[in-house]
Write a protein that binds this ligand. Structure first.
Ligand code: TGC
Ligand code: FAD
Length: 390
């Protein structure tokens, strides 16, 4: 039998092939060298310095829109995308967020619902990380219930004119292009809005206690005039943005486990060396029970992510299954981080260790891309046939 590997107690690595492992190693090394040495300071300062340089490097790694085909995109598998999300989030959820929004939301929307001109006009530069994108669905008064959105797009001759506000928009103020969802007389539609269009402005949301190294913005659309060709021809109805969310939520199923892995590794190291009552705290049964439970949930979560990834690669992943994964893996990742914090005692709240930062980040991850309650209700509806939203 192969030896027991504390880093992979279930032997889940056997499910990966050499290409998957090589990609994972490349992204892990990049995140360790390029982001890890600075991230605690960036988080504390509430900044993501050189976001454009970082995005270009992520583009060079092939991490942007990586499951999409053509237009400079990598055409990678869903499992490979998941591994990349995990390795990035093992350093900080902010970097995975940047990649999720760029690839799974903004690029995915243009790729899936855009015209040939929109795809050719934006996807190559977005895949290379030369243009940053954002995805604007949430409004101040409509978060979980985007169907009630007030942002509207009205016809004026051959043009569209967009008016409204969007909030909590990742990458908002650094984006060259925003995919904005708005109400029209024919229902909800998506629009590709270059950020330099008059009437479009973005201001950053400050004083966040979570995802502090991520750019989060409020967008104002004040009579933004766009040509007819700015509308996503296929992006009609709420099912269009929700379809993009399914893809981004899938990435989070993996990503959240990266934060959990780092917290478990930190707690294990600490428990082996920190002594109280004359012995390492890792020798106490209560600490071992915590560590065992954390490992069980982390690796069960990885099995779930691998399973969902294979279903996505086979074209068989249902939105309810994505909700299943996001609900479980984010909830359990947060529980792992909180337990790690207890193992570190007072040091658990110090930014000298990554645990508190990851724990705080996962509070956002629990809420964005559909709150845990929304995913419970999506599953509740699928299980009972009864719609709790209606
Ligand atoms: P409902 O009637 O259920 O659905 C409307 C239409 O959409 C279809 N649909 C989906 N299609 C594809 N994928 C999905 N996941 C879908 N979910 C639903 C559905 O079949 C229907 O189609 P049709 O043809 O019949 O019209 O809609 P509802 O109004 O009852 O809402 C359901 C609910 C609450 C689940 C939905 O609104 C929801 O998911 N709310 C949560 C909103 C949310 O997740 N917002 C996220 C904003 S983006 C973000 O957070 C980015 S953070 C990223 C980062 O930084 O990493
Ligand atoms: P609300 O919808 O007001 O919900 C508040 C509480 O009520 C939640 O606990 C919710 O689960 C609960 N609730 C609501 N309705 C029900 C119900 N029917 N039954 C039971 N409970 C209910 N959005 C974007 O469009 N693009 C982005 O790039 C983006 N990035 C984000 C980045 C960060 C850091 C954060 C924190 C958010 C981001 N969001 C983004 C917004 C995010 O998607 C919303 O915050 C989320 O959808 C929840 O909406 P809300 O905050 O308005 O909460």
């Amino acid at each position: 039998l192969p030896p027991f590997d504390p880093a992979d107690p279930l032997g889940i690595d056997d499910l990966l092939d050499d290409t998957d492992r090589a990609l994972r190693a490349t992204v892990r090394a990049w995140a360790r060298d390029r982001v890890l040495p600075h991230i605690a300071e960036w988080h504390e300062r509430g900044e993501l310095p050189d976001v454009r340089g970082l995005t270009k490097e992520l583009g060079s790694l092939g991490a942007l829109g990586m499951t999409l085909d053509g237009h400079g995109c990598a055409g990678a598998s869903a499992v490979q995308y998941g591994l990349v999300c995990l390795e990035l989030e093992a350093v900080d959820s902010a970097v995975r967020s940047l990649v999720s929004v760029q690839g799974s939301l903004a690029m995915y929307a243009i790729h899936r619902f855009g015209s040939a001109e929109q795809r050719e006009g934006w996807l190559p530069s977005m895949a290379a990380g030369e243009a940053i994108g954002c995805f604007a669905l949430t409004e101040p008064d409509h978060g979980s219930d985007p169907a009630g959105m007030r942002t509207r797009a009205e016809r004026d001759g051959g043009d569209w004119v967009l008016t409204g506000r969007k909030t909590w928009i990742t990458n908002g103020s650094v984006a060259s292009v925003a995919v904005v969802w708005a109400r029209t007389e024919d229902g909800i539609r998506g629009f590709v809005v270059p950020a330099d269009t008059p009437g479009f402005s973005a201001s950053d949301i400050r004083h966040k206690g979570s995802l502090r190294a991520s750019v989060t913005s409020e967008l104002v659309l004040d009579g933004v005039r766009l040509p007819a060709a700015a509308a996503l021809p296929e992006g009609r109805g709420l099912r269009a943005p929700l379809g993009c969310l399914s893809h981004a939520r899938y990435g989070i199923v993996w990503g959240a486990l990266g934060a959990a892995r780092t917290c478990l590794e930190t707690a294990l190291d600490y428990a082996r060396t920190r002594e109280q009552f004359g012995r390492p705290i890792g020798g106490f049964q209560l600490t071992q029970a915590k560590l065992a439970d954390m490992a069980v949930e982390l690796h069960k979560g990885l099995l779930l992510a691998s399973h969902l990834g294979r279903r996505l690669d086979a074209g068989r992943l249902r939105p309810e299954q994505v909700s299943f994964g996001k609900l479980n893996n984010v909830r359990e990742a947060l529980a792992i981080c909180r337990t790690a914090r207890t193992i570190l005692g007072a040091n658990g709240i110090s930014y000298a260790y990554p645990v508190m930062r990851h724990m705080a980040n996962l509070e956002s991850v629990l809420t964005y891309e559909g709150t845990s309650e929304m995913h419970q209700l999506i599953l509740g509806k699928a299980l009972t046939g009864l719609d709790a939203f209606g």
